[in-house]
Design a protein around this ligand. Structure first.
Ligand SMILES: O=C(CO)[C@H](O)[C@H](O)COP(=O)(O)O
Ligand SMILES: [K+]
Ligand SMILES: [Mg+2]
Length: 544
């Protein structure tokens, strides 16, 4: 069901002058290149982005009675936008931006607000229905603030969600912020409003808390080519941008917002997917020079998503290949540790097939409640880990493994039981897809399991030590609890980390139960693929 979006905002015609160099005062320079006009304006860009992503889009904007207006309206109609609420004035020209770009790509812009800056609350009142009939209303700061306030008042009165893109950056009256449900600043715009510099997750959270206090329910901070952060009082996360070759970032921010508005459910339940969609959309915009012409259509975004999700299918295939390869190697008459996570689940099913078909004499030990449930549902013979003192072989997944077979586990929140079983196993085999194998673990996320009481103390220690800690939340926004009822704090492994020292320091900190660094544990790594790769721990390296 496509979202009904109304955009109340600006339209500019960008007149671009490509020159070799800027003319000095009094100087006259001939300009060779052909000059053309492009559509622009944050309102128009965001309306176009929403419309091209399939939203049922109505645009309330004010244009002069001139050629530029005709040029823009043609474009709006081509994008299937509802233009019944475009207001025409004789008193001002359509907004224009005079952009001079020199041979180095450096640009300077003069913006003539024109009709945009003459849009009044009365203009908006005349198009009250266009707002009333929408699911959500979006505004930016290229039209007068009192006009936005009027539009948002109508929206709130009619339970229409309000999204404020506070660009270009400036201070705003609390009245407007209190009428805003979702605010979408970039890092500079956020700082202009809150005075809190955006440098890391913590400062993004502080910005979010500032807006929550005003009654704003969701804060989205776009951080250039790094990605975008979202926060509601219940949950938050940073969604990294997709690494692409950026040619021209113009309209990337506007694309993100229009695309997000076309996807985000009104109860925000699909926030992660909507953010991923919007990140994909703006990653396409930056790869094309220009503004509105570079804003992608829904099918382009879905194409790039299906390409990445195809790798998702490829990854699942590799997990299965690694798991089935490992299952085929398991000897008879042993006590077998069953790992946790999606790759280990393929292994459990594969070894269960062998036990049934070949009548193998294998007793199993689970490394999590999830695996125990899976094994029992398959009728596998289980042992209670407290009744044995050793395991012959454990086969488990991993989140990241380096070229010394040191690894990180705990992505699936089972690290404590996994480490218990791994350390009592004579042999540990890890099964992974190719995205898990890295030269080094630096920069990877490392889970630290802490007791709930006092977890904040550990968080503060990790924060002060510069590990960028984040409590792990479930997708429904509640804090995650492990099988043992503990919390997980994910930290980032610093580039120059001494893993043994890091493991030692973490383990020794009061309140830390265990961490996800598994050093000198893995004896053999099996990496899935059409050609499975098997890497053994070098013989001379005795397990300490
Ligand atoms: O350590 C684990 C659970 O705590 C998992 O083995 C690890 O997260 C890998 O899981 P997956 O195979 O699903 O990527
Ligand atoms: K662009
Ligand atoms: Mg995982």
């Amino acid at each position: 069901m496509s979202k009904k979006v109304v955009v109340i905002g600006s339209t500019n015609v960008d007149k671009v002058l490509n020159v070799d160099k800027y003319a000095l005062p009094g100087e006259t320079l001939a300009v060779e290149n052909h000059q053309e006009s492009h559509g622009g304006g944050k309102g128009a860009n965001q309306a176009i982005a929403a419309a091209r992503s399939g939203a049922d889009t109505t645009f309330i904007t004010k244009l002069g009675d001139d050629e530029d207006a005709k040029f823009m309206i043609e474009g709006f109609k081509k994008d299937g936008m509802n233009i019944d609420s475009v207001i025409t004035t004789q008193a001002r020209q359509t907004g224009q931006a005079y952009i001079t770009v020199d041979s180095t790509g450096q640009n300077s812009i003069y913006v003539y607000g024109g009709a945009n800056m003459s849009m009044t609350p009365a203009d908006v009142d005349q198009h009250e229905d266009a707002i009333k009939n929408a699911d959500r209303a979006i505004a930016q700061l290229e039209i007068p603030v009192p006009t936005i306030i009027e539009a948002f008042k109508i929206a709130k009165k009619n339970e229409v969600q309000t999204i404020l893109n506070p660009a270009p950056a400036k201070k705003l009256p609390e009245e407007l912020l209190q009428l805003t449900d979702i605010i979408t600043p970039n890092e500079t715009e956020a700082e202009a409003l809150t005075g809190i510099k955006v440098i890391d997750d913590d400062s993004m959270m502080k910005n979010a808390e500032y807006f929550f206090k005003l009654g704003i329910r969701m804060v989205i901070i776009t951080v250039g080519d790094k990605g975008s952060f979202y926060a509601t009082p219940a949950s938050h996360a940073f969604i990294p941008a997709f690494k692409v070759k950026a040619v021209d970032t113009t309209a990337a921010g506007d694309t993100f917002i229009g695309a997000l508005a076309s996807r985000l459910d009104l109860n925000s339940a699909n926030i992660r997917d909507a953010m991923l969609y919007a990140n994909h959309a703006s990653s396409l915009t930056v790869q094309v020079a220009g503004a509105q012409n570079s804003i992608p259509y829904e099918k382009d975004v879905l194409d790039v998503i299906s390409k990445t999700s195809k790798t998702k299918e490829a990854i699942e295939k590799e997990k299965k290949q690694a798991a089935e390869y490992a299952a085929a190697q398991v000897p008879n008459h042993i006590v077998l540790g069953l790992g946790s996570g999606s790759t280990a689940a393929y292994f459990v099913k594969a070894i269960n097939e062998r036990i049934k078909k070949e009548g193998l004499d294998i007793q199993c030990v689970a490394t999590s409640v999830g695996t125990e449930k899976l094994a029992e549902s398959l009728g596998m013979p289980m042992l209670d880990v407290n009744t044995i003192d050793r395991v012959d072989l454990t086969v488990d997944g991993a989140d990241a493994v380096d070229d010394k077979l040191n690894g990180i586990k705990g992505g699936g929140a089972a690290l404590l039981f996994e480490k218990l079983v791994a350390t009592m196993s004579d042999k540990n085999i890890w099964i992974v897809d190719s995205t898990k194998y890295h030269k080094t673990l630096a920069g990877q996320k490392l889970p630290v399991e802490v007791i709930p009481f006092g977890g904040m103390g550990v968080f503060r220690y990790l924060n002060e030590a510069g590990y960028k800690p984040e409590f792990r939340f479930r997708d429904d926004g509640d804090i995650l609890q492990t099988d043992s009822g503990n919390y997980l704090i994910d930290i980032t492994i610093p580039d120059d980390a001494d893993l043994a020292k890091l493991a030692h320091n973490l383990k020794n900190y009061t309140g830390v139960v265990e961490h996800g660094l598994f050093l000198n544990i893995c004896d053999q790594l099996i990496i899935g693929g059409d050609k499975v790769r098997v890497i053994d721990r070098p013989k001379e390296e005795t397990k300490k």
